[in-house]
Design a protein around this ligand. Structure first.
Ligand code: TPP
Length: 246
């Protein structure tokens, strides 16, 4: 039989702890494929967050540092600056971690133009802790801490990271993508590759925001969660490149 899919070489042969249908796994695979394709496995260091992806280090054959509560960009800065310049450093963060707890860290790393790559997974809630409201929660969205739906008067507006990042001079690339169908996955993969390549070419800070589902905490089926990303999240968070090529 001819294999149609092989696990990326930079990934461990291990079943993940993610909930059934969760998009974290797809995003991990895309990162693994890009690292393989660019031939940077032995040179790449990941920086993990707090959140569902706190165990990301267990799924890659890479060096990883775990820096909870949004501090990944600061740790990545130190790692990148203190190692030989051919080392590739990336952060992987959720929206509670990056857009709330560690907002200052990501803004300053972007503004400094740190030559690192940031993978930002926006699932519109704090997944690991049970689905609380995040800065990226949609207006009207019910979460465990917004049981009547997000209201502007109480929680303000959903926070747009990819657009915000595009305003900083130090940012080489900022874009938002989704991974719910093959076409979207191909675009997301291309964006992740660009973000890593920019770092290899010393172009500065690159961030890829990926819209993700969270079926368990949203309390919907996987297919309804995909519908929600497509119809509701994309209406608030348009896909596209906000700064940089491709
Ligand atoms: C000191 C401390 N404060 C708060 C938390 C709770 N906490 C765990 S994960 C997390 C954020 C998770 O949300 P997100 O970054 O959106 O990632 P997701 O789990 O949705 O992938 C928080 C606040 C904690 N573990 N420790």
């Amino acid at each position: 039989m001819k294999p149609v899919y092989l696990r990326p070489q930079s990934m461990e042969d291990r079943i993940t702890h993610y909930c059934p249908g969760c998009h974290h796994g797809i995003i991990h695979r895309l990162i693994g494929e890009v690292i393989d394709e660019l031939g940077i496995r032995g040179k790449t260091i990941g920086v993990a967050p707090i959140g569902c992806s706190v165990f990301i280090y267990a799924y890659f054959k890479l060096d990883f540092v775990v820096t909870p509560h949004g501090r990944a960009p600061a740790a990545a800065t130190g790692i990148k600056r203190s190692l030989p310049s051919d080392r590739i450093v990336f952060t992987y963060q959720g929206d509670g971690d990056l857009a709330s707890i560690g907002l200052a860290e990501i803004i300053h790393a972007a503004n400094r133009g740190e030559n690192i790559t940031s993978i930002f997974v926006n699932n519109a809630n704090y997944g690991m802790t049970g689905g609380q409201l995040a800065p990226t929660t949609l207006l009207g969205q019910i979460t465990t801490t917004s049981p009547y739906g997000r209201k502007i008067a109480v929680d303000g507006y959903p926070f747009h990271i990819a657009e915000l990042m595009s305003n900083f001079k130090g940012v080489a690339y900022s874009g938002r993508f989704a991974v719910y169908d093959p076409k979207k996955i191909i675009s997301a993969r291309k964006a992740i590759k660009t973000a890593f390549k920019n770092q290899m070419e010393g172009k500065g800070f690159s961030i890829v925001e990926l819209l993700s589902n969270c079926p368990i905490n949203w309390r919907v089926s996987v297919s309804d969660s995909i519908k929600f990303v497509k119809e509701n999240m994309e209406a608030e968070f348009p896909l596209g490149v906000f700064k940089g090529g491709e």
